[in-house]
Structures are given as C-alpha cells and as structure tokens.
Design a protein around this ligand. Structure first.
Ligand code: SF4
Length: 95
C-alpha cells in the first residue's frame, strides 16, 4: 500500500465491501490492521491492493468507525457523512 500520498479529494466508498472486517463476521486481524492505518492517517480502501489494482477511494468501514468515535467525543453532531463534511469545512480541511 502506498504511503505519503495525499488522499484529499478522493471519493468515499458508498458502502462497505461485502467481506468487510467491520461487518458482523469480519476478521479481527484485518480489522485491527485497518484501524491501525486509520490512526496513521490512511483511509484508503485496501481491496484494490489485494487485487493488484489502483487505489482510488476512501474506505467506508474506516469512515464509519471515525464517525462513531468523533461523534462520541462530541466533535460531530451526528455520525453521518454530512456532519463529517460540515465539520471538515468548519476546520478548513476541505473547501
Ligand atoms: S476496504 Fe474498507 S470497507 Fe472495504 S472491506 Fe476493507 S475495511 Fe471494509
């Protein structure tokens, strides 16, 4: 997986992958790996790399976890993409 590459402006996956480790039967080892990358600043979908394809989207599973955490800390009004985008604009992270 590439590192140090800006993902600003990348589209977010609309849904989790069918085998998502954040799903009810998800692999905890893979889930921990995604969470670990999330705290290092990467939100890339990991599936293209596994299939030898180009990375183009942000991970839905990781974003859903972010929404839950940020709402729990009171940084978002609700755990939605709209609330995330609103807060990102307020903070100047996106225009
Ligand atoms: S790329 Fe994201 S949404 Fe897809 S399986 Fe992995 S953690 Fe889930």
């Amino acid at each position: 997986m590439a590192s140090g590459k800006s993902v600003r402006g990348w589209p977010l996956m609309k849904r989790k992958c069918t085998t998502c480790p954040f799903g009810p039967n998800g692999d905890p080892f893979i889930r921990d790996g995604v969470v670990s990358r999330l705290f290092k600043g990467s939100q890339r979908c990991h599936h293209p790399v596994l299939a030898g394809k180009k990375e183009t989207h942000l991970c839905r599973g990781a974003r859903d976890l972010q929404l839950t955490i940020l709402t729990g800390f009171g940084l978002l009004d609700e755990p939605t993409d709209a609330a995330f985008e609103k807060r990102s604009r307020e903070l100047g992270a996106i225009k």
